[in-house]
Design a protein around this ligand. Structure first.
Ligand code: ATP
Ligand code: MG
Length: 460
């Protein structure tokens, strides 16, 4: 047998996952932990999910465990819930070309070796038996994973593997992120990278068949990595970014004027690295300046301006996120943050309150993006001291709980209707907006008798 077998101590597999493997083996089937879980354990990372492969057919797996979800029986996968832990159990399979979401022509009844050889990267094609402590590694993933620098290398012929499922191109960059997360130096093998570049320049249309949801999910994982600037720069260089996020690629070579040392793409990459690793912030950072390519003007003095780019960019960002099938709430959050990111430090306490009202529940997000935007100037002398001082002043003002919205006003719509003798309708909203402006200017006015007096003076 050409398999590499190793005994390793110290791989901690949760009891419930080991139990699933034990149960399958006790019934005479082969069963191994496989994929990202093995890779992550070897890297010292906590796996995101647990994948087990087995020689048992899905019906046999279902018969062995009391709690099973039929998550993908057609593809040989069921989810066994063992001790509260979901374990994806998949029958050894060989598969054909992906058709958007799913692999076509699945064949069961193959060997473990064949199953491992259909996987994307050698580092994801290692099987581990936690009961006896044996690895099965026909693709030599251990060497690629554990060498001084990890190698991201397709299993088999890269061009074929990419053609079967072009999403594997994006998974290459996710592997960079995953290895970085473990603090493991890494690179993409030259032949894998060359195949990516070749196929994208010869047959860019192959990406059209990939569903937006799969692209979105992989991009999300890439964005949450420790150094998204690196992955996005690699994606740009490979040509894949052109196909999935042309709006971001268009920032390349958009000069930003005398005070900036980076083009808009380089700046975006720095901002991306400076926002905290939260999905909505990473997306807001990635898309925050996409309006710049469309709003660039050069003034009489030769200086470059991007008037209104935050509004143009927010609208474009909404469309990008819709194209990638993000839920409405997520889209709205990112769009709102982008729209508000260009504020100037207000000069007055009323200005602080007005800013807080404009940002609403997304104030923290807007401040996080703004701070990263400052750090992303590319100028090493940039610091955020003044900004941080402003933020603590802002929170000082807000800690007084000033009225910022209808709910905090000392009067409501009914009071307004009664005072002005009007029925419900848009004028009530206008009156309330007027009162909000008054109390934002001076919170001490927020008393019913004062507000009603102001209303009558203004509207009667
Ligand atoms: P994550 O950290 O997000 O869990 P992962 O590498 O474990 O990443 P999964 O989606 O959990 O990815 O898939 C488990 C395993 O299935 C992978 O490690 C790999 O062996 C295989 N796999 C996943 N996607 C593909 C693909 N598109 N082509 C081939 N094999 C794949
Ligand atoms: Mg996984």
């Amino acid at each position: 047998m050409s398999m590499l077998e190793l005994r390793v101590v110290g791989m901690v597999v949760p009891e419930s996952v080991a139990q699933v493997i034990k149960t399958l083996q006790a019934s005479g089937y082969e069963a191994y932990l496989v994929g990202g879980a093995v890779r992550d354990l070897l890297l010292g990372l906590a796996p995101k999910d647990w994948d087990v492969v087995t020689s048992a057919l899905p019906e046999a797996v279902c018969a062995l465990f009391p709690h099973v979800l039929l998550t993908g029986v057609r593809f040989g996968t069921v989810t066994v819930i063992e001790g509260g832990c979901p374990v994806e159990v998949t029958t050894y399979r060989a598969e054909g070309r992906y058709n958007g979401h799913y692999p076509g022509e699945i064949r069961f009844g193959v060997t473990l070796e064949e199953d491992l050889s259909r996987r994307d990267f050698t580092i994801n094609a290692i099987a581990y038996d936690p009961i006896v402590g044996i690895f099965v590694d026909p693709c030599r993933g251990m060497g690629d994973l554990l060498g001084e620098r990890a190698v991201i290398r397709f299993v088999g012929f890269p061009a074929e593997r990419i053609a079967e499922d072009p999403l594997r191109i994006l998974r290459t960059f996710y592997m960079q992120a995953r290895l970085d997360a473990a603090g493991k130096k890494n690179y993409v093998s030259a032949s894998s990278l060359a195949a990516i570049v070749d196929i994208l320049s010869d047959r860019p249309e192959i990406f059209d068949s990939i569903s937006a949801e799969r692209i979105r999910d992989e991009l999300n994982k890439i964005l949450l990595g420790p150094d998204p600037r690196r992955y996005f720069s690699c994606m740009l260089a490979s040509g894949v970014l052109d196909l999935i996020l042309p709006e971001v690629v268009n920032l390349h070579d958009v000069a930003q004027g005398k005070r900036h040392c980076l083009d808009a793409f380089g700046h975006t990459m720095l901002v991306l690295n400076h926002v905290p690793s939260e999905l909505h912030l990473r997306w807001a950072a990635l898309l925050h300046d996409i309006g710049k390519a469309l709003t660039l003007t050069v003034g009489a003095d030769g200086e470059i301006h991007f008037y209104g780019h935050e509004h143009v960019g927010a609208e474009m960002a909404g469309r990008v996120l819709e194209r990638l099938r993000f839920p409405v709430q997520f889209r709205e959050r990112v769009v709102h943050v982008i729209k508000q990111h260009m504020f100037q430090r207000p000069a007055t306490r009323a200005g602080f309150r007005r800013l807080a009202r404009r940002c609403g529940g997304y104030l923290d997000d807007v401040l996080a993006l703004k701070r990263a935007d400052i750090l992303g100037s590319g100028n090493p002398a940039t610091d955020t001291r003044a900004f941080d001082e402003f933020v603590s002043e802002l929170f000082g003002v807000l800690s007084e709980n000033p009225p910022l919205g209808y709910r905090e006003l000392a009067v409501d719509g009914h009071d307004v209707m009664e005072a002005l003798g009007i029925g419900s309708g848009p004028p009530v909203g206008q009156a309330l907006d007027f009162l909000i402006e008054c109390v934002i200017d001076d919170p001490s006015l927020n008393r019913p008798e004062v507000l009603l007096k102001l209303l009558k003076e203004r509207f009667m």
